[in-house]
Design a binder for this molecule. Structure first.
Ligand SMILES: [Zn+2]
Length: 154
């Protein structure tokens, strides 16, 4: 793990530790409103949908779609992985349940809007940062290999 890029780590509090530490057990967790089942992110003491305060911590599937992204080419800090994708992904569980994240295990030129991704966690000190990787294995797009067109002919 020596080549991990520099990251500013979040400050973990009682209100957000379900999110930053759920990855220790492979879970991407959010607050969820018990009465109306709305997923809530970022954490809030009140449901933004029904304004009630009866919230629980629950895990999502970790499956998501890339809504938009940008490629960072600027080496703000010394790191081996430029360019890298900064993306906004939307979780399958609910329209609007979105995270700003990085796309991992994927070359930057392969990242695309609409790409299906799933969560993976990067452990750093006492937090597990949710990143997303492609659901489809790399190298699937290889079938365009120039089929030789029959030249000449009768
Ligand atoms: Zn609610």
């Amino acid at each position: 793990m020596a080549d991990l890029p520099f990251r500013v780590l979040p400050r973990v509090t009682a209100n957000n530790q379900h999110f930053w530490r759920g990855g220790e057990h492979g879970r991407l967790q959010f607050l969820r409103c018990v009465p109306c089942r709305t997923w809530i992110h970022p954490p809030s003491p009140v449901c933004p949908s029904c304004y009630r305060k009866e919230l629980e911590v629950a895990a999502v599937s970790g499956l998501a779609t890339v809504l938009t992204y940008t490629l960072n080419h600027q080496p703000w800090v010394p790191a081996p992985d430029h360019p890298y994708a900064i993306a906004i992904v939307e979780l399958d569980e609910q329209p609007g349940l979105r995270l700003m994240t990085n796309i991992a295990n994927c070359s930057a030129d392969r990242v695309a809007i609409g790409m299906r991704v799933r969560v993976v966690f990067e452990a750093r000190e006492d937090v597990w940062i949710p990143l997303f990787e492609p659901q489809a294995p790399e190298g699937r797009a290889q079938r365009g290999e120039a089929e030789r067109s029959p030249s000449g002919g009768a």
